[in-house]
Design a protein around this ligand. Structure first.
Ligand code: AR6
Length: 192
């Protein structure tokens, strides 16, 4: 049985946390998160998919964001741009850490990536945001560890202040990653 399209959810301080399998470019949330690189240059993976779906306007938006940031997006930080031709409000780009064995601050940096994306979304008054599994593709972060970090970071930020947010959605591309995130959600938030 495929889990494509099935949504599993928990509540956290009045905010729905949903976990589903799918393509982030097809989400109807106010914002989607891009697992970007510090140069904000189009890459492969989810970044490539978002760039293709959003079109050339996003190239201009990336360039402008990079200039605003003084040349680069530091690891663990987040910046938003317009959505190009996607029918959403914003794309929030974060540069997750490259996995280097786990002793180089990867956990803190990944926590920061999730937290900063939520802070940007709240600062912009957005109600819903969809995350891919940041850093677990090309950047090599082990999925089990990353899923724990992701769910804990989102839970902590929502407990501290949900702001305008009503839904945080994790959109996982493959069934294995979906299963790992579901287990993490279950561990940390209880009901799914
Ligand atoms: N929707 C949702 N998730 C996706 C999609 C999609 N359309 N496509 C891939 N994934 P990665 P990273 C999943 O490599 O590890 C880029 O070149 C994928 O299966 O996209 O943070 C950037 O420019 C995996 O589970 O991101 C950076 O240079 C997850 O998204 C670098 O890669 C993240 O994989 C960032 O690497």
């Amino acid at each position: 049985m495929t889990s494509q399209g099935m949504i599993h959810e928990a509540m956290c301080n009045g905010v729905r946390i949903a976990v589903t399998q799918g393509d982030i470019t097809l989400q109807d949330t106010d914002a989607i998160v891009n697992a970007a690189n510090s140069a904000l240059r189009p890459g492969a993976g989810v970044d490539g998919a978002i760039q293709r779906a959003a079109g050339s306007e996003l190239l201009r938006e990336r360039e402008e964001a990079r200039r605003r940031l003084g040349g680069m997006l530091p690891t663990g930080e987040a910046v938003s741009t317009g959505p190009g031709q996607l029918q959403i409000k914003r794309i929030i780009h974060t540069a997750g850490p490259v996995w280097d064995g786990g002793g180089s601050g990867e956990r803190e940096a990944l926590t920061s990536s999730y937290r900063e994306c939520l802070r940007v979304a709240k600062a912009e008054g957005l109600k819903s945001i969809a995350f891919p599994s940041v850093s677990t593709g090309i950047y090599g972060y082990p999925v089990e560890a990353a899923a724990q970090v992701a769910v804990e970071a989102v839970g902590a930020e929502l407990e501290a202040d949900p702001g305008s947010l009503r839904e945080v959605r994790f959109v996982l591309f493959d069934e294995r990653t979906l299963g790992v995130f579901l287990a993490a959600l279950n561990d940390i938030c209880g009901e799914t």
